[in-house]
Design a protein around this ligand. Structure first.
Ligand code: ADP
Ligand code: MG
Length: 727
């Protein structure tokens, strides 16, 4: 490639390391990150860093790779930058990174506070009962002040952030007043109860978070890297792509990689959801976090650290905790209103009764909307953890909510309704000069690296029959249409009818055979070499088991419309849609058109859920109110675009998620009523003078606990035996 065409400048070069200036990433943080991410995953590159500040890229590469190749790679990446941006996963937002490290200390510290206050109150009680001499008022006041410090600190933080009317400022003021009016013991007791409540809430939230993380944790710390044939123990975070690792029986695989040597039974439950170990052999892909149960493997690391599939998922699940659903926001608004009401009630009680204790009790009951806030958040967190346990990754309560509310479900056909791999069922040569074998071998060579189910089916057909595959020097994918590959001097075109017609092929000659194939329900793909049509391949695919019952259950749970959206020909799509009882279908749709189809349904007022496999339906997945990716065990893109990802391709999980969503809504409603009724009852009692501040505090803690316990049920909730869920 000539230097003047380059989109970068070479600044510095030593063997194994290059420094380059790239204008396109200057001041463009996203682009820089995407570029570094993409480059670091290319063969030959060990590490890539890109700085948006200086617009420079540093590449550490294998000395065996030529810099010229790297320049080509870089040029290719830069001309495709917008596309790169779309495929690169986003990093976890910083607050969550902090969350990972900060949660533990706050729990221990909270526990210490509770123990401290409990001890003090205990000793005080023992002294007054057995010795008749409680601590002197000064000591109690001192203790109350010390105990109130964390509360006052939180209050100041709130006030600093303009949150004047909230739990902390109110209680802080109340505690201050109580201490000032020689009610220190009451203040201390109330703070004690509040601290216990806070600790318990924290504990429940922490448990749910931990539950999600534990499920997905990769905990291997060291692994063995082969250096000149010798196994060297190495920390996992030092492993680089392209390193060769040795993994022994009962060890965790620390990277995503390809098996070079050896065979093993690998427990992949975390990735694919299949509980029985899978037999893996050279050439197979293995994932970080899976465990070698028997045998020993040598594998080449492809993705390490944060780039592994598992890390991406953990990151997504953590992000899910910030995507808050509407229910939660509504509850919070309500809580704010309750707080204001509580303030008013407190002040009026004080004015009317002139009784500080009553006012304090009202304040404690009414102005602590924690329970109300907990009503939604605890239930949702628990539900997400429950789903994660079943390898369903829901990227936020928002999506859980929407999936339960959606009244129109659109299904992609190939790979979603049909099983992962179609079968080559029929091959028709266009002329006597080519044979079926040649057609399959040619098409498979062109599709060798394509993730499309049809492409993989071709490759499987060719390898199963032992046909050798030719090497492809260049291959272009036309999404939802087909591929065009260059092999030496030959150009091979494989794809659907519209695609080959566009490319100028005359398909009239083979039309009757193609129609016959389609009438038999086969997906027809045309294969051509240079300007000559070689023939057609008909694929049969099986509809997934349980599909009928899944669709029926979805309908029973309130789904009004079921649609089939596909890039396949009208005959195939319509007959499938009819046989499954769909309400509508779209055929011959390109990826963008699938998204338009979804848009038009939304425009009619439906809340649309799209279920796809991430292949040629990513735009539809992201246009939908909620997009669900199936069988995400393989496709990163699907997990990245979808709002809900099912790690395996069991469609029944759709029914589960819908029931989970509806159950969560029920639990939130229960929680909410629990919170509001006890609040009202408590405040009536308090105004009436029948509820002391301490009892008020207990009521507060009590219903917060009840709500947490009610929500915790969602952690292990499962639909009733017949799969219909709770009524
Ligand atoms: P679906 O919507 O049914 O999941 P796609 O949108 O993925 O299907 O593809 C639509 C049609 O485009 C397929 O039926 C096939 O004819 C053609 N096609 C897409 N990708 C390829 C490919 N890689 N090789 C051959 N044909 C393809
Ligand atoms: Mg598809």
């Amino acid at each position: 490639m000539a230097t003047e065409q380059r989109k970068f400048e070479l600044c510095h070069s030593i063997p194994g390391r290059l420094r380059l200036k790239v204008k396109a990433i200057r001041h463009a943080e996203e682009e820089a990150r995407a570029l570094a991410f993409w480059l670091s995953r290319q063969a030959g590159i060990r590490e890539a860093t890109a700085s948006p500040l200086t617009g420079s890229v540093i590449l550490h590469y294998d000395p065996s790779t030529s810099p010229e190749d790297l320049f080509d790679l870089l040029n290719q990446a830069l001309s495709d930058l917008p596309q790169l941006l779309a495929t690169v996963p986003r990093p976890c937002p910083p607050p969550l990174e902090q969350l990972r490290t900060e949660e533990a200390p706050s729990l221990t510290w909270g526990l210490a506070r509770v123990i401290g206050i409990t001890a003090f109150l205990g000793v005080n009680l023992i002294r007054s009962v057995f010795l008749g001499t409680a601590f002197s008022p000064a000591v109690i006041t001192g203790a109350a002040v010390v105990a109130a410090v964390p509360l006052w600190r939180r209050a100041l933080v709130d006030i600093w952030n303009y949150r004047f009317i909230g739990l902390n400022p109110l209680l802080g003021t109340a505690a201050g007043l109580a201490i000032a009016t020689a009610e220190s013991l009451t203040a201390l007791e109330v703070i004690w109860i509040l601290e216990i409540g806070e600790l318990l809430e924290e504990y429940v939230a922490d448990r749910s978070r931990r539950a999600i993380k534990e499920i997905l944790e990769v905990s291997a710390k060291n692994t063995y890297v082969l250096v000149d044939g010798v196994e060297v123990e190495t920390p996992v975070d030092r492993v680089q792509p392209e390193d060769i690792l040795a993994v022994h029986a009962m060890e965790k695989i620390p990277v995503d990689g390809v098996i070079l040597e050896g065979e093993a039974l690998v427990d992949q439950a975390h990735i694919t959801g299949r509980s029985e170990p899978q037999f893996q052999k050279p050439g197979d892909l293995v994932f970080a976090g899976t465990i070698v149960q028997e045998g020993k493997l040598h594998l080449r690391a492809e993705k390490v650290g944060e780039a592994t599939y598992l890390s991406q998922i953990i990151c997504l699940v953590e992000q899910s905790l910030v995507n808050r659903p509407r229910a939660e926001k509504q509850v919070e608004m309500l809580a704010a209103r309750l707080t204001r009401l509580g303030m008013a009630a407190t002040v009026s009680t004080l004015i009317l009764t002139r009784d500080l204790a009553r006012a304090f009790a009202v304040l404690l009951v009414m102005a602590c909307p924690c329970a109300t806030i907990l009503a939604a958040s605890t239930a949702i967190t628990a539900a997400l953890a429950n789903a994660a346990d079943r390898l369903i990754l829901i990227k936020g309560g928002l999506y859980l909510e929407r999936f339960g509310e959606a009244d129109c479900y659109c299904f992609d056909k190939t790979g979603t309704l049909t099983t992962g791999l179609p079968r080559v069922a029929n091959i028709v040569p266009a002329s006597p000069r080519v044979t079926s074998e040649q057609i399959v071998a040619l098409a498979a060579s062109a599709e060798a690296h394509n993730p499309h189910p049809l492409a993989q089916a071709l490759v499987k057909a060719a390898t199963d029959s032992g046909y050798p595959l030719a090497t492809v020097s260049k291959s272009e994918t036309f999404l939802g249409r087909g591929v065009r590959a260059t092999m030496g001097a030959e150009v091979v075109t494989v794809g659907n009818r519209a695609f080959l017609v566009d490319q100028g092929f005359d398909l009239e000659g083979i039309r009757p055979q193609a129609r016959k194939s389609a009438e038999a329900g086969q997906t027809v793909v045309y294969v051509a070499k240079n300007q000559e049509l070689w023939g057609i391949v008909g694929f049969e695919s099986e509809v997934r088991e349980d599909l009928n019952s899944v669709l029926a259950q979805l309908r029973r749970s309130g789904v009004k419309e079921l649609h089939l959206i596909s890039g396949d020909t009208p005959k195939v799509v319509q007959s499938l849609a009819q046989s499954l009882g769909f309400d509508g279908s779209g055929d011959s749709l390109l990826p963008e058109e699938k998204a338009q189809y979804v848009d038009s349904l939304s425009a009619q007022g439906y809340t649309v859920a799209v279920i796809g496999d991430g292949v040629n339906d990513a735009p539809a997945l992201s246009t939908a109110s909620v997009g669900v990716a199936m069988g995400a065990g393989g496709s990163e893109a699907a997990v990245a675009t979808a709002d809900i990802a099912l790690a395996d391709d069991d469609l029944r999980k759709l029914v589960f998620v819908r029931q989970l969503s509806q159950q969560t809504r029920r639990v939130i409603r229960q929680n909410f009523w629990l919170a509001v009724t006890t609040d009202l009852l408590g405040s009536v009692l308090a105004v009436w003078g029948r509820l002391s501040p301490v009892l008020g505090g207990m009521l507060h803690v009590g219903h917060a606990l009840a709500i947490s316990a009610n929500s915790a049920r969602m952690l292990t909730w499962q639909p009733s035996a017949r799969g219909k869920g709770a009524r």
